[in-house]
Design a protein around this ligand. Structure first.
Ligand SMILES: [Zn+2]
Length: 339
């Protein structure tokens, strides 16, 4: 008869359980570290792929952490609007902030991705589908600098733009008026203002899309070009201003893939390998327009789109190589009033 506390099988099994438990804990810790560090490379899945394989929605599906020598450019799914996060070396730059309808999701996605401080927030132009969530961003994150376009033709006192500027003032966020050639490092790369927009002498004639800031982020051989909603006239000015040196690995399709933008003369100079269209599912503008998609195809450009594939993340490396991950979640955001 086995005695309590004797050398019977029960304490032996208990020791074995403890040892097995410790081994499991060590394996889990090593596995977790390996996925954090090397996930998505080679055969090792990253967290979002793991969640997906179990049929679960990833808790932070939208933001990937770039490794050393890398940057991620994340086209957040904000419906019919733009919001792009550049991340490198623990620093973050947010270009535009989507619509008012997507503001809560945007803030939650950034929080879930571990963002607390945005080193730079850029407003390309003051349309509602680009600044709708900017007030919430300013109120929820430490923003080191807010880079502004030429707002001389806009109402800066009231409406959405007025509220964004008031939020910047209330939170003590430094605002900087963009100038040609203005630069800021974001992690291991550098963001440069290539063009400050087309502003006519007569402000009554302004096309706010054409006042979009055009920016390029470069990390070694990898580069990303954003032209906001700039249309053909502004694209032409961008080409003249930049002297034609616009070659970029990644291109955000201009104006949500509209035929008013994405001219062949621009694409011939940019020669992107990959383009991302940020737009809402079944949007009322018909973005992206078929002729633009055809043009991308004729130029051999691989296209991703947020309306069909959800948030799109492009990870670029200093050697110029890149890979794309999508959350493949379809959304049906309410349509924004302006585009
Ligand atoms: Zn827009």
């Amino acid at each position: 008869m086995a005695k309590r506390g004797g050398n019977g099988p029960v304490p032996e099994l208990s020791t074995r359980t403890v040892v097995l438990g410790v081994i499991c804990a060590v394996l889990l810790a090593v596995g977790s570290w390996a996925i954090d560090t090397y996930g998505g490379q080679g055969i090792l899945p990253d967290w979002s792929e793991l969640y997906e394989s179990f049929g679960l929605e990833s808790p932070a599906p939208d933001l990937q952490t770039p490794q050393e020598g890398q940057a991620t450019v994340t086209f957040l799914d904000v419906g019919q609007g733009d919001s792009v996060l550049i991340s490198s070396g623990g620093e973050y730059c947010l270009i535009d902030a989507g619509t008012q309808q997507s503001a809560d999701t945007l803030v939650e996605d950034l929080w879930a991705g571990g963002v607390q401080t945005l080193d730079l927030v850029v407003m390309t132009h003051p349309h509602a589908d680009h600044i709708g969530g900017m007030e919430d961003v300013l109120e929820n994150f430490e923003v080191e600098t807010l880079l502004l376009p030429d707002l001389s033709a806009s109402d800066t006192e009231s409406g959405l733009l007025g509220r964004v500027l008031q939020a910047a003032e209330k939170t003590g966020t430094p605002c900087v008026q963009a100038e040609l050639g203005w630069q800021q490092t974001v992690g291991e790369g550098t963001l440069t203002v290539l063009y400050t927009g087309l502003m006519p002498d007569d402000k009554e004639d302004v096309n706010l899309n054409d006042t979009s800031l055009c920016l390029r982020y470069e990390l070694g051989q990898f580069s990303y070009l954003c032209t906001g909603d700039a249309e053909a006239d502004a694209e032409e000015e961008l080409i003249l201003t930049s002297g034609g040196s616009l070659s970029s690995t990644l291109f955000k399709a201009g104006h949500h893939g509209s035929s008013t933008s994405n001219t062949q003369s621009l694409l011939s100079l940019v020669r992107p390998q990959v383009a991302v269209v940020s737009c809402g599912l079944d949007n009322e503008y018909g973005h992206p327009h078929a002729e633009v998609m055809d043009r991308f195809a004729q130029n051999g450009i691989t296209v991703y789109r947020t309306d069909e594939q959800g948030t799109v993340t492009v990870t670029g490396q200093a050697d110029g190589s890149w890979r794309v991950q999508t959350s493949s979640v379809q959304t049906e955001e309410p349509l924004a009033p302006a585009a």
